[in-house]
Design a protein around this ligand. Structure first.
Ligand SMILES: Cc1ncc(COP(=O)(O)O)c(C=O)c1O
Length: 340
C-alpha cells in the first residue's frame, strides 16, 4: 500500500462494501455504485475513522495519552474521535463550535452531541464557527495546560495549515476502491465525494492519480465556495505529497469543486439536499446526512439528470457517513405519509 510506512491504529472495518444501487440504477438507466464508508463500524461509522487511524497512529508514536479535537455541534468527526479514544483507552477533550444557526433542541442535544455526552467526553465550547485557526489555537492552549499537569496531549487539528495525516486514510481508501473496481472490471465515469476539510477529497484524488487512475473526482462543497475549496484541496494535496515523498503532480484543473448545493451554508438544508436524502432513504433504505453526504448525493442526482451517463456507464458515490446527525434535523420526516 502507498501509505504502508505510516503508523496507524485499527479503527475501521475494511474494506468497506462497494455495492450497486439497483433501484436507483433502474430509475436513472445507468449503473450507480455506492462505496459504503458509512459502514466503517466505529460508533455508527463514517469517513473520519479512516482519517483517525493515521492521526492517532501518529499520536501514539509520540506517546500521547490524551486526544483533543474540535468541530461543529453535530460534528461526526468529534463523535468518532471520542469513540476512538474510548476504544484505545485514551483521555479525550472536545470543543464544540457554534457554527450552525439552528436553535432546535434536537440539533443541540440529539444525534452526535447526544453520543458525545453518552461516551462521557469532556466538552469545551468555542463561540465562533468560522475561525478554524482560532479553534485549533484554543485546543493548543488547553493542551499546554494538560502538559503542565503531566499528561501527554495530542491535538487533532481542523485548519489547513497543519500536517494532514488524516488524508492518508483516503489515499488508502482510493487504493481499496480501485482494487474492488478492478476485480469487477468496472471503469467508472466519475467519483462523487463531499469536500469539507478536504482530507477525503485530497487524499482520494491523490491516491487515484498516484495509482495511474484518471477518472474525474467531483468534490461537492459543504462549507466553502468552489474557488476557495479548490485552493484548499490543492494546498492539502501538496502537503500530502510532501508528507509521503511522492512525485505525483496534480494540476489545479484536475480539482473539481461543485458548490451548487452549498447554500444556505454549512449544516443547513436546501431543497435538493432534502430531496436527495428522501430519495436514497425511500428507494434504497440507506441514510444520508444533511451536511455532507446529502449534499454530495444531491450533486450526483443533478448529474444523473443530465443524461450524461447511459446504460453501459458506471458512477461511484462515496458515502462518507454522518447519519447520526439526521436526528438533529427532525423536520426531514415532516412530510412522512401517516395513516391515522
Ligand atoms: C459524514 C461526513 N462526510 C464528509 C465529511 C467531509 O470530509 P472531509 O472533512 O475529509 O472533507 C465529513 C467531515 O466532517 C463528515 O463528517
Amino acid at each position: 500500500m502507498l501509505t504502508d510506512s505510516f503508523p496507524t491504529v485499527n479503527l475501521s472495518h475494511k474494506p468497506t462494501p462497494l455495492e450497486r444501487l439497483d433501484n436507483l440504477s433502474a430509475d436513472y438507466q445507468t449503473n450507480i455504485w455506492i462505496k459504503r464508508d458509512d459502514c466503517t463500524g466505529l460508533a455508527f461509522g463514517g469517513n473520519k475513522s479512516r482519517q483517525l487511524e493515521y492521526y492517532i497512529g501518529h499520536a501514539k508514536s509520540l506517546g500521547a495519552d490524551t486526544l483533543l479535537t474540535t468541530g461543529a455541534v453535530q460534528s461526526n468527526h468529534v463523535r468518532m474521535t471520542v469513540a476512538a479514544a474510548r476504544k484505545l483507552n485514551m483521555d479525550i477533550e472536545v470543543q464544540l463550535e457554534q457554527r450552525v444557526a439552528r436553535d432546535q433542541v434536537e440539533y443541540h442535544r440529539s444525534g452526535n452531541p447526544f453520543l458525545v455526552r453518552l461516551m462521557g467526553a469532556k466538552i469545551h465550547y468555542y463561540p465562533v464557527g468560522e475561525d478554524e485557526e482560532g479553534a485549533d489555537q484554543a485546543l493548543i492552549d488547553r493542551a499546554r495546560e494538560l502538559k503542565a499537569e503531566g499528561k501527554n496531549p495530542y491535538v487533532i487539528p481542523l485548519s489547513n495549515v497543519k500536517t494532514p495525516y488524516g488524508a492518508l486514510g483516503y489515499v488508502e481508501a482510493a487504493e481499496e476502491t480501485l482494487t474492488q473496481l478492478q476485480a469487477m472490471k468496472i471503469e467508472p465515469g466519475i467519483f462523487v465525494v463531499p469536500s469539507g476539510s478536504a482530507a477525503t477529497h485530497a487524499g482520494f484524488l491523490l491516491g487515484l492519480r498516484s495509482l495511474g487512475c484518471n477518472v474525474p473526482v467531483e468534490g461537492v462543497c459543504v462549507r466553502r465556495d468552489a474557488q476557495s475549496q479548490q485552493q484548499r484541496v490543492f494546498t492539502k494535496i501538496q502537503s500530502v505529497i510532501d508528507l509521503m515523498g511522492l512525485d505525483t503532480r496534480i494540476d489545479r484543473d484536475d480539482i473539481h469543486c461543485n458548490d451548487r448545493f452549498l447554500a444556505p451554508g454549512y449544516g443547513l438544508l436546501n431543497e435538493p439536499t432534502e430531496q436527495a436524502i428522501l430519495l436514497m432513504a425511500r428507494r434504497e433504505g440507506i441514510f444520508l446526512d444533511p451536511t455532507y453526504s446529502g449534499k454530495a448525493f444531491a450533486a450526483l442526482v443533478e448529474l444523473l439528470g443530465t443524461g450524461r451517463f447511459g446504460p453501459d456507464d458506471h458512477v461511484v458515490f462515496l458515502h462518507t457517513g454522518g447519519t447520526p446527525s439526521l436526528f438533529g434535523y427532525p423536520e426531514l420526516a415532516d412530510n412522512a405519509q401517516e395513516v391515522r
